[in-house]
Design a protein around this ligand. Structure first.
Ligand SMILES: Cc1cc2nc3c(=O)[nH]c(=O)nc-3n(C[C@H](O)[C@H](O)[C@H](O)COP(=O)(O)OP(=O)(O)OC[C@H]3O[C@@H](n4cnc5c(N)ncnc54)[C@H](O)[C@@H]3O)c2cc1C
Length: 459
């Protein structure tokens, strides 16, 4: 056995792990980053980036299909899925090369192989022990979950296989109306598929503001996407050509493919965590708000830590842990301040508390909300999108929640997160200008109204 000593040893090179590595190296720490597959993890290779490339191709298809309403004569002849996939792979591989260059330029030691935590200060990879003098960071990510008795294979796929399909199903059933389910539903519909979403809860994207779920449901119906809400999956059979899904009420649905999008589980077992004494709950690694596990010197970041499973949360946690280990005492990350975007057509973007959560926290009579309809926003009318910007504030206090629906509103959440995390009052933001005509202006209008001086609305 050979030994290799570092300040920091990081297990997993996804969003959380590589962000910790980059920041730690920046702070002068020596770092080993261990990755069994590809640097960049789920987000770059199987998640955020490839799906958004598909969504962009979907938007191009919709633009061609709807061109006539803008007076442009174009026809959508079809989708060449091989070329769509090649475009997507091009985007991923350029970013992958960039990331590899970044990691090596920061002098991070990249170790290719499967690691195992062998003690609170050591990780073993193929017989070599990597020792950490200042800390070990667990960042092993997540996997696509299924339901008990629902086996993945053939025409029953998760997002991993769905991303790599070299054919477009004529009819598809999406099990789960959460962020990943609605994203694929949206892409496939734009590619011409007949799509049915089966969701056990009474609404799509149930973690979002109720008004956003309703608006999405309406928009999806208009696009011809069927949602079966409050419908529970009972079983599936498959043949060479299709699947038959049975629901608990006894009804059946037929399609060529079933996408199982019922959430992601932590990838944290079988790697020595329990043996090293790390406290876990239902497979997740437990940490305190400083992302320290119960074992001194062992930290955890990203999807294995209970909470929002988002790449930018992983980045922020990775940076936090690097700074913590370097002794900078960073401020803990506030989970509700993390911006969330549901990528589909139309998009949902939010940050902070929903109106119901704010009412629970401050009391219903201590919460005020305002909804600005995109019908009054010039740029949204130009794009032909419907939706709204909803603000939630504590009465006589700061804005505590921002919720939006509409094409491209994901791009507006940057301002939303500044407002919520800086605890801005409506008057503060209403005094600032928003360029005309932008969708961002809708945001400004909502603040003007909430500050008691509406411009293009009847508040
Ligand atoms: C379809 C889809 C779409 C998504 N879209 C978005 C989006 O738009 N925006 C967003 O914010 N988030 C999105 N996500 C979520 C995002 O991808 C994750 O939150 C993020 O990747 C989590 O980062 P992580 O570092 O915790 O884990 P991962 O990115 O999963 O990285 C963990 C890494 O650890 C490695 N590893 C595991 N075990 C070992 C071991 N024993 N030894 C060595 N290496 C190991 C794995 O190979 C992997 O590379 C999406 C996810 C999916 C599936």
């Amino acid at each position: 056995m050979s030994g290799t000593a570092f300040d920091l040893v990081i297990l997993g090179g996804g969003s959380g792990g590589y962000a910790a590595a980059l920041r730690a190296a920046q702070l002068g720490l020596s770092v080993a980053l261990i990755e069994k597959d590809k640097l960049g993890g789920t987000c770059l290779h199987r998640g955020c980036i490839p799906t958004k490339a598909l969504l962009h191709a979907a938007e191009v298809a919709d633009s061609a299909r709807e061109s006539e309403q803008f007076g442009v004569r174009a026809t959508l002849e079809g989708i060449d899925i091989e070329k769509v996939n090649a475009y997507r792979d091009g985007v991923v591989s350029r970013l992958y090369k960039g990331l590899q260059g970044l990691v090596s330029s920061r002098d991070v030691t990249f170790v290719q192989g499967t690691g195992r935590l062998t003690s609170p200060t050591t990780v073993e990879v193929d017989g070599t022990t990597y020792t950490a003098s200042k800390g070990v960071v667990l960042a092993t990510g997540s996997y696509s979950r299924s339901l008990p008795g629902l086996e993945i294979g053939g025409r029953v796929v998760t997002s991993d296989e769905a991303l790599n399909l070299d054919w477009i199903p004529e009819k598809v059933i999406v099990l789960g109306g959460g962020v990943i389910g609605v994203e694929f539903a949206s892409v496939w519909r734009s590619f011409g598929c007949e799509v049915t979403i089966v969701e056990a809860l009474p609404r799509l994207v149930p973690n979002e503001e109720e008004a956003c779920s309703k608006a999405l449901d309406r928009a999806f119906r208009k696009r011809g996407i069927t949602s079966k809400l409050g419908a529970r999956f009972a079983g599936v059979t498959q043949s060479d050509t299709g699947v038959v899904v049975t629901l608990e009420d006894g009804s059946t649905l037929e399609a060529n493919l079933l996408l199982v999008a019922v959430g992601r589980g932590p990838h944290a077992s079988g790697m020595g965590f329990e043996e090293a004494g790390v406290a876990m709950d239902r497979g997740f690694v437990l940490t305190d708000e400083r992302l320290s596990t119960n074992v001194p010197g062992v930290f955890a970041v990203g999807d294995i830590v209970p909470g929002l499973q988002l790449a930018h949360r992983g980045f922020a946690q990775g940076i936090f842990v690097a700074e913590e280990i370097a002794g900078l005492s960073p401020n803990p990350i506030v989970e509700s301040g993390i911006p969330r975007v549901t990528y589909c057509e139309p998009e949902i973007a939010s940050v902070g508390l929903t109106e119901a959560q704010a009412a629970e926290k401050y009391g219903a009579d201590q919460v005020q909300s305002y909804e600005y309809n995109l019908g009054g926003n010039g740029k949204s009318q130009i794009l032909g999108t419907a939706g709204f910007v909803k603000l939630v504030r504590e009465k006589d206090g700061p804005v505590v929640g921002v919720h939006m629906v509409g094409s491209r509103v994901g791009e507006l959440i940057g301002e939303g997160q500044l407002v919520v995390n800086w605890e801005a009052f409506p008057d503060d933001v209403a005094a600032l200008l928003h360029a005309h005509p932008t969708q961002n202006e809708a945001f400004g209008e909502a603040f003007l109204a909430l500050a008691g001086k509406p411009l293009h609305s009847h508040a």
